[in-house]
Design a protein around this ligand. Structure first.
Ligand SMILES: [Zn+2]
Length: 218
């Protein structure tokens, strides 16, 4: 899943108004943010396998550090604790931990049974939403539109940057998602590098969000 994770980050702004959209999106996408680093380090593996499911040409056969339930709980606790140590905003820390864990839940809905429960385990789960392109489009786009609606309804732009930077980000992310559906990446290395470039959306989200404020603050 991709847009669904972003939607969770956007919607979570309502639950933790003082936490930046950038931190919220980073938490919901945390497993996918660290995944390319583990690929490049050779600690996790993926195969390009067109037709693996209808939606993805990737065979996620080995990613127990970034994508298992047990490590997900650990990343969630770690993310929340580090945030609390830096910001002393308990509500934000809890919401961020929940967002990190939501990644495993949403990926388990999307993926075929390739989601590990813990490193070294042989049990894999996945409900296989990705076996259907129309069902995936309905769920991902539905979540994304809802996430944007909640974020935009809850916050208001302080200036023109707050207005246009957010909408430009939302449009760019959906364009990238559409592009990713067009065909398989040329290599796993290219996939990992492109995924790391995706980290640029975090500072972009910070920039847009810092020019908005909760609508009720006025
Ligand atoms: Zn993922």
């Amino acid at each position: 899943m991709f847009l669904g994770h972003l939607a969770v980050g956007m919607a979570a702004k309502r639950a933790a108004p003082r936490t930046s959209l950038a931190t919220l999106i980073a938490s919901a996408q945390f497993a996918d943010i660290i995944w390319p680093a583990f690929l490049l380090l050779g600690l996790e593996h993926v195969r390009i396998d067109p037709g693996n499911t209808a939606v993805t040409p990737l065979d996620f056969y080995d990613y127990p550090i970034s994508h298992s339930l047990l490590t997900g709980l650990g990343w969630a606790a770690g993310f929340g604790l580090v945030y609390y140590a830096l910001r002393r905003y308990a509500r934000g820390a809890w919401v961020l931990g929940a967002c990190v864990l939501s990644h495993w839940v949403l990926d388990t809905i999307s993926h075929r049974p390739d989601m590990p429960l813990y490193p070294g385990g042989q049990t894999y789960v996945g409900l296989g939403l990705w076996n259907s392109v129309p069902a995936t489009a309905v769920v991902e786009l539905g979540m994304y539109i809802a996430g944007i609606a909640i974020y935009v309804g809850f916050t208001t732009a302080r200036d023109r940057i707050g207005k246009y930077a957010f909408w430009a980000l939302a449009a760019t992310l959906i364009a990238l998602y559409m592009a990713s559906l067009l065909g398989p990446p040329p290599s796993v290395h290219a996939l990992a590098v492109v995924s790391i470039v995706g980290w640029l959306f975090i500072p972009w989200a910070w920039w847009a969000d810092s020019h908005r404020r909760p609508a009720s603050d006025s």
